[in-house]
Design a protein around this ligand. Structure first.
Ligand SMILES: Nc1ncnc2c1ncn2[C@@H]1O[C@H](COP(=O)(O)OP(=O)(O)OP(=O)(O)O)[C@@H](O)[C@H]1O
Ligand SMILES: [Mg+2]
Length: 245
């Protein structure tokens, strides 16, 4: 079982769009896939048309009262399951803090599912928190969408240091540019100038495309409702690049 998290300290950069499309493409490729929505906003849950309901709330999960198995739902797509989020996840940090080993709860919750899934995708909330430390412990890869702007690179630098300084397991960091507008000179300059020594930077650039915004109207992954679109092709290319071998 491979675990890939879409993560960034910054909000609104394309984490959820990427998680949803990548999870769909993985399942379409035949991988038994679970997407775990870890964000109290519940956007991934909404996009897969699942009710935002975690039985007993996040606290029942991190305290060990309930297992993930209790809460996992099917989606409209073969091989693709969803662990929904609900608003109780806003307290996940506090819930984690009151457990004995607060940084490895997510990894432990996933452990019993090793034989059931080939891939787990974690859709993370934008923050640096105990939830993020759990995500580092649990993940093989952090897939990091970056909007090509100077401040994004600064935050990315903080992110790579956060991973490097983490005491537990360190996932591989794979960044990629998201919502890029290559007509903008600044975007082109930032894409050309990103330091490529601290982390892997994927070749694929996801442009800013209205088809991707339409996911919220259609409540489905782009390759499901617009399989021949440029947006679908871009995510296919990204998936081919980052797909665990
Ligand atoms: N490549 C893109 N082109 C155009 N719009 C995009 C693109 N990627 C994401 N969006 C839109 O930008 C908004 C934020 O995207 P998304 O929810 O994927 O980001 P996020 O990083 O998960 O945000 P949050 O930090 O709030 O969880 C959404 O309205 C989404 O439809
Ligand atoms: Mg999100």
């Amino acid at each position: 079982m491979n675990v890939v998290a879409t993560y960034n300290i910054k909000g609104g950069v394309g984490k959820t769009s990427t998680a949803v499309n990548i999870a769909y493409l993985a399942a379409r490729d035949g991988l038994r896939t679970l997407l775990w929505d870890l964000d109290p906003q519940g956007s991934a849950t909404y996009l897969f048309r699942v009710k935002p309901k975690v039985k007993g709330g996040g606290n029942a999960l991190v305290s060990g009262k309930r297992t993930l198995d209790d809460g996992i739902k099917g989606t409209d797509f073969d091989q693709l399951d969803l662990m929904p989020a609900d608003f109780s996840y806003r307290n996940l940090d506090l819930d984690l803090d009151s457990t004995k080993r607060p940084t490895d709860r997510i990894r432990r919750l996933l452990a019993p599912l090793k034989k059931e899934y080939d891939l787990v995708v974690l859709d993370c909330p934008p923050s640096v928190s105990l939830v993020s430390e759990n995500v580092l412990e649990a993940s093989d890869t952090l897939l990091v969408p970056l909007i090509p702007a100077t401040l994004s690179l600064r935050t990315f630098d903080q992110l790579t240091r956060f991973v490097a300084d983490s005491e537990g397991r360190r996932p591989e960091v794979v960044a990629f540019f998201s919502m890029a507008d290559t007509r903008k000179r600044l975007h082109r300059d930032v894409i050309a100038a990103i330091p490529r020594d601290g982390a892997r930077v994927a070749q694929t650039v996801i442009p800013s495309l209205s088809m991707i915004e339409q996911m919220a109207e259609r409540r489905a992954p782009v390759p499901a409702f617009a399989p021949t679109s440029r947006a679908a092709r871009c995510y296919e290319q990204l998936w081919a690049e980052v797909r665990p071998t």
